[in-house]
Design a protein around this ligand. Structure first.
Ligand code: ZN
Length: 374
């Protein structure tokens, strides 16, 4: 299957001006100046994209794809995510994970949902583990999980500074990070330790100590929910200044909203290459007054990205890397993912001038057309 997207404003995510994008099968084959590619409509599906903009498909690095456990008893358990909701948020790649509940939610179920979503047309990865240390694994060993379970890219979300965590010692965290690091080296994967930081009084202190007291590379850690309260956000900015990567959570209503957080990061001259945003979708939200009924929604990610552009006047090429290129680099999938480049997977999000989703290609396949899931 060959598709030619003609005359489209290209954000790769850096702005490249108007281009023609030639998709062959599941890859971006060529990016050309407009009118320089002559292909007959008997060979290619030719799509006139005048007035439209192309971005890389969004990568959501933190999704409870099999559902969170809920924190109000069995009836509050959350179900698995729908492919339609993922696509309607402009997302073509997700990283699935378990949270607080590793009793009624299992890694095998998580892997099964990841494979199901892949069969439905998107790209998926997972973390082994949950909030607790010792972490749960497929093989009783995180290094081994990474070597033999293809979708496992690291350990997460391991909780610190939270009453729901296992209150791990620095030594516990260091042992886990060492094994995950080795798994990454042997398998060629990211080897990330994805850390849930709660509202607890120590904030990022355990992670700061771990980095200071070990030889582990700081890039191996990705703390998330950094915008959940103002103190943690201040700590997060300092952590990023020290060379660490941070992840914000979309849909934040109590702490620092994503658009305010990005504005503050820019004002404080934080290197935005260190920043990613994820949705925490289908995880339980312990705040009972949450209008979403205690569940984080995946659509908040796209909404927050557009809020940054529309409400805060931040350029799309500044905002989009935080949900595309930067995430792909964190999970070691760049430049296969997270960019519109020749040879990359054809994951392309097409928006109109009002930033409404018109089309979405995932691995070369049209999944949304005229705003509707196919
Ligand atoms: Zn979390």
């Amino acid at each position: 299957m060959i598709t030619l997207l003609k005359n489209i404003e290209c954000y790769c995510p850096k702005y490249m001006g108007k281009k023609d994008i030639l998709i062959a099968g599941d890859k971006i084959f060529k990016i050309l100046n407009p009118q320089s590619c002559i292909v007959g409509d008997e060979i290619a599906d030719i799509v006139d994209c005048d007035g439209l903009m192309a971005f890389p498909g969004i990568i959501d690095g933190h999704v409870h794809i099999s559902g969170g456990g809920g924190e109000g008893g069995f009836s509050s358990r959350i179900g698995k995510i729908n492919i339609e909701d993922i696509l309607l948020a402009g997302i073509t790649t997700v990283v699935g994970l378990l949270g607080a509940d590793n009793q009624t939610k299992s890694l095998k179920d998580l892997l099964a949902v990841a494979k199901e979503l892949e069969q439905q047309g998107i790209t998926t990865f997972i973390y082994s583990g949950s909030y607790s240390i010792p972490i749960i694994t497929f093989t009783k060993d995180i290094t081994c999980d990474m070597v033999i379970v293809e979708k496992v890219i690291g350990a997460g979300e391991v909780a610190i500074s939270d009453h729901r965590s296992s209150h791990p010692s620095i030594k516990d965290l260091q042992d886990l990070a060492t094994k995950t690091h080795m798994g990454g080296l042997i398998s060629g994967k990211a080897g990330l330790v994805h850390i849930h930081v709660g509202d607890g009084k120590f904030g990022l202190n355990p992670l700061n100590r771990l980095v200071a007291e070990s030889d582990l590379p700081i890039e191996q850690f990705l703390p998330t929910h950094i915008n959940r309260n103002h103190n943690l956000f201040e700590q997060g900015m300092q952590y990023a200044k020290n060379g660490g990567n941070i992840d914000l959570t979309s849909g934040e209503e109590i702490g620092v909203a994503v658009e305010d957080a990005i504005e503050l990061l820019i004002r404080n001259e934080i290197d935005l290459k260190r920043v990613t945003i994820s949705s925490d979708a289908n995880g339980s939200n312990p705040n009972g007054s949450n209008p979403n009924g205690g569940v984080n929604r995946i659509g908040t990610l796209f909404k927050d990205v557009i809020n940054c552009i529309v409400k805060k006047n931040i350029e799309p090429e500044v905002v989009f890397p935080m949900v595309t290129e930067n995430v792909a680099k964190r999970i070691k999938q760049y430049p296969k993912k997270g960019t519109i480049s020749e040879g990359s997977d054809a994951d392309i999000l097409i928006l109109d001038k009002e930033y409404k989703i018109q089309k979405l290609y995932s691995i070369g396949k049209l999944m949304i057309d005229n705003g509707n899931v196919l």
